[in-house]
Design a protein around this ligand. Structure first.
Ligand code: ATP
Ligand code: LTN
Length: 333
């Protein structure tokens, strides 16, 4: 909560690849709804992105792109604080302090750490391990009440809560204990090539993933090739991971219930259904792409947004950071 009693929302997206419809439906699309009633911070978390090796020029470009996508997806920079994590040093400072209040054992249990260290076995670095403490710092710095994310981040929200409660227990009320907001709809969009796996922007198989910025032909083609099953009936149910995923995506874009979708495609095959999913997805994303192209052509504007966002974030982060430093016993000059 802010000092004038406004509730706070914080979320972040890594500029670690081209954003997917998983990022869109599970996270970004839900952000704008908070802008009126809450003080909202939406951060491009470049410091998290380097826990996996990045090509510097690509990281820089994607940082701009992620910010442009925030705006293209409806986040008004005048109503939300949009900024880049590395522009606000308080994140790194608080992360170090919180590292000293986070247990080795609890970080070892994080499934994202286990997955990513298996995937990048040649680079299991300390940053990958302490990723959740940096995320806790992001959230706790702003006295955040709510954190809208996809379901894969639930465990990280839990650890942020545990760290806040632990710190408050030792030093008295310091941090607001945040709550995750995981929308029932679209909380976990699955890969089109392997519907038992989360759709992920760092997947090497570009056909497994629909990117927010894909053109209509690519979107239609990817959905047509999506892995399904040998059944022919469009029905939500067990053993139908591929169809369940496509129905979820269709439902997210049309607001239709599973029953309505089953009725709509009654007597029609998978081919028809896949084309329909591709059409609604492409139609919904077309305006986002157009706005994105317009914004990317105006770097100066994006830099102005980054600059103002970082200034506002740094000002508010400093309040919490000073309090924390005082509580742990650091001297001040
Ligand atoms: P990476 O592949 O680099 O780990 P990612 O695609 O998982 O990246 P993040 O930047 O880690 O994306 O996630 C940004 C937000 O998008 C988070 O709130 C996350 O929960 C959400 N998200 C990511 N993938 C999905 C998905 N497949 N379905 C729903 N939400 C998702
Ligand atoms: N770890 C998140 C990105 C992230 C985040 C945050 C999300 C970093 N800091 C703070 C919410 C709040 C992910 O999606 N992989």
């Amino acid at each position: 909560m802010t000092s004038d009693n406004q509730q706070v929302v914080f979320s972040g997206v890594q500029p670690s690849g081209n954003l997917t419809i998983g990022n869109y439906l599970g996270a970004i699309r839900n952000f704008a709804a908070f802008s009126e009633a809450y003080k909202c911070y939406y951060c491009v978390v470049d410091m998290h992105a380097i826990t996996v090796r990045q090509v510097p020029a690509e990281l820089r470009r994607r940082t701009y792109e992620t910010l442009a996508l925030y705006i293209a997806c409806g986040l008004d920079p005048n109503k939300n604080t949009l900024y880049v994590q590395s522009h606000v040093p308080a994140h790194a400072e608080l992360a170090w302090i919180l590292n000293c209040y986070t247990m080795f054992g609890e970080l070892s249990r994080m499934t994202q750490f286990k997955d990513k260290s298996a995937k990048h076995a040649d680079n299991v670095n300390a940053g990958l391990f302490t990723y959740p403490t940096l995320m806790a710092a992001d959230i706790l710095l702003y006295q955040t009440d709510r954190v809208p994310v996809g379901v894969d981040q639930q465990q990280h929200i839990e650890i942020a809560r545990d760290i806040a409660v632990r710190f408050n227990g030792v030093y008295g009320d310091t941090f607001t204990v945040p709550e995750g907001i995981i929308s029932e709809h679209g909380k976990k969009i699955m890969s089109l090539a392997d519907p038992t796996k989360k759709m992920s922007k760092s997947d090497e198989n570009v056909n497994a993933v629909v990117y927010i910025l894909d053109n209509k032909d690519d979107i239609l083609r990817k959905f047509r090739r999506a892995v399904t099953d040998s059944d022919t009936v469009v029905r939500f149910g067990e053993g139908k991971d591929g169809i369940n995923n496509l129905m979820t995506i269709y439902s997210c874009f049309t607001d239709k219930s599973m029953e309505e979708i089953e009725r709509e495609f009654d007597g029609r095959g998978y081919g028809d259904f896949k084309s329909a999913v591709g059409e609604v997805c492409a139609d919904a994303l077309a305006p986002v792409r157009a706005e994105f192209d317009r914004l990317m052509a105006d770097k100066a504007y994006l830099e102005d947004v980054m600059q103002k966002g970082a200034q506002d974030a740094a000002y508010n982060a400093r309040k919490t950071l000073s309090k924390v430093k005082r509580k742990v016993g650091f001297t001040t000059l």
